[in-house]
Write a protein that binds this ligand. Sequence first.
Ligand code: NAI
Length: 250
Amino acid sequence: MATTDQDKRVALVTGASRGIGKAVAMRLAADGRHVVLVSRTEGPLSEVKALIEEAGGSASCKAADIGDGAAWQSAVEEVISDEGRLDILVNNAGITRDNLMLRMSDDEWQSVIDVNLRAAFIACRTAARSMMRGKFGRIVNIGSTSGVIGNSGQANYAAAKAGLIGMTKSIARELGGKGITANVIAPGFIQTDMTSNLPESVVETVRKSTACSRLGTVDDIAAAVSYVSSDGAGYLTGQTICVDGGLTMC
Ligand code: NAI
């Protein structure tokens, strides 16, 4: 049976202007979702929207600073009101402010917690009401292997990403009976702007410790998000799936 625009699932992807978020948005659009692209500024989002439309998909843009809690909550509410529904939420946007714990400032700590953890909580809380009305939802939080095994210089980032795991499990328990799943996709080392400044020696060490002997691509992550956000993944919830080429195996 053909899908009409009315029953097209609506997905919101944060940090969709580049890197993993852009690849996830393009993949979900190729899967037939209407994708709401979120990032701080509209310009780069319009380019992603144009790419999606050129490929025959549909998307809209929402500029928002997810680090500003009240403004972010209003932005998610506006998306739900504009689109009439929200079925898939991908909390992908993230930042790093790396420093050794002894040197880490309160600001470095708090800004990473606000963007990587609190923003995801706000979006989940706001989206869940709409998902409950539709008796369907897929929450996908983009974590990191740093949140599973820790990483020197990333006490703030690892705490936020580990926090996402606990939060996701709790949400999965609260909403599982309502047709809503919640999972974490935890990437290992993926080639994006976030990792482009790493010294070659670090990249080589990572490559050697990775069973697949390579860094990941953004499409490796998009493929995993595509599956956990699909209608067929309704019995998969509360999980942390490390898409890391076998780096951690835990
Ligand atoms: P990136 O730095 O290339 O892109 C981040 C995106 O988030 C951009 O669109 C940026 O505009 C957006 N963003 C950042 N702060 C924002 C804010 N306050 N408000 C709205 N948008 C904001 O990052 P990348 O590499 O694509 O990472 C995406 C996610 O994957 C992040 O959560 C990151 O922690 C996670 N990850 C990435 C890994 C990697 O190797 N690249 C490894 C493990 C996890």
